[in-house]
Design a binder for this molecule. Structure first.
Ligand code: ATP
Ligand code: MG
Length: 263
């Protein structure tokens, strides 16, 4: 099963990715987290890894190489034999060199690539690598891929959602975030992919939760679950530490139940 989380900047996508990944792991699933956000570099820390794995972009000869390939019309670029990893029709994690996969217990992390330099050009090569990887990576029963997208809607223009089994939107209690949830539903369904619903995050009061739920309903977005504002999560966010799973354990469990029921 491959699921992706998207939503407005700062709504809590990466935090919710980490919470859901941990909940799946506790249930005995093998979890692959895919960091598809080309801007933020901290997902490995939220998951409790010391350092990120080598990016997949390096595996295909870097951004320039992919861009050359895009220009020449080949979606796989024109790199050497290494490039053939992503050019394969199907991919298992074991096909990737170990330095590209961070691993701890049943949780794995791969990262697509990050923007490092001024004027290095657009993020299209990362989008292409994300799409090809997510399309080709194979999952079996008991394996879940959880994708952390960059903020906003750009990935929809790249057609990435068609490689996924389901898309979830993370919503914080704000008008812009609610509007984006409605848009994500439209775009996901418009692409023929499955939209599962919204996780409402950083909720401060029960009254606010029911208000957000009504607003979502008005936009045709079903509610997968609510995660309250937890002081421990905010504190870990400030220091760059791992997400304190225990503080939102029950909420994450309810969301995983809803995901499994709705898939
Ligand atoms: N439920 C929560 N309770 C308290 N703080 C939270 C909660 N969820 C997220 N945060 C905090 O909000 C901030 C943004 O969260 P996070 O980085 O997960 O959002 P994001 O949507 O991935 O952001 P970006 O769009 O920049 O990738 C972080 O400091 C995080 O610790
Ligand atoms: Mg993030």
């Amino acid at each position: 099963m491959k699921i992706a989380l998207c939503g407005k900047g700062g709504s809590g996508k990466s935090t919710v990715v980490a919470l859901l990944a941990e909940e799946f792991r506790r249930r005995g699933w093998s979890v692959l987290v895919v960091d598809s956000d080309e801007s933020n570099s901290g997902l490995h820390r939220l998951l409790g890894f010391d350092r990120p794995p080598r990016p997949l972009l390096d595996l295909v000869g870097g951004k320039k190489n992919v861009r050359r390939g895009l220009k020449s019309g080949s979606s796989e670029g024109e790199g050497g034999p290494e490039l053939s990893v992503l050019a394969r029709p199907q991919l298992r994690l074991s096909d990737l060199p170990p330095e590209h996969v961070a691993a701890r217990d049943r949780t794995r992390l791969v990262t697509v690539g990050k923007i490092h330099q001024a004027l290095e050009g657009c993020a299209c090569p990362m989008g292409l690598v994300s799409r090809e990887f997510l399309k080709k990576i194979q999952t079996q029963e008991g394996e879940v891929v959880v994708v952390d997208f960059e903020a906003g809607l750009e990935h929809f223009g790249r057609g990435i959602e068609t490689s996924l089994d389901a898309v979830i939107v993370v919503v914080e209690p704000s008008f812009e975030s609610l509007e984006m949830a409605g848009k994500v539903r439209e775009l996901t369904e418009g692409a023929g992919a499955k939209f599962l619903g919204a996780v409402v995050n950083k909720v401060e009061s029960p009254g606010l939760a029911s208000q957000v739920s009504k607003e979502l309903e008005a936009r045709g977005v079903s509610l997968l679950g609510v995660i309250h504002h937890h002081a421990e999560i905010a504190a870990a966010g400030l220091t760059g530490g791992p997400v304190p799973w225990e503080s939102a354990r029950q909420e994450a469990a309810g969301i995983v139940d809803a995901v499994l029921a709705g898939r």
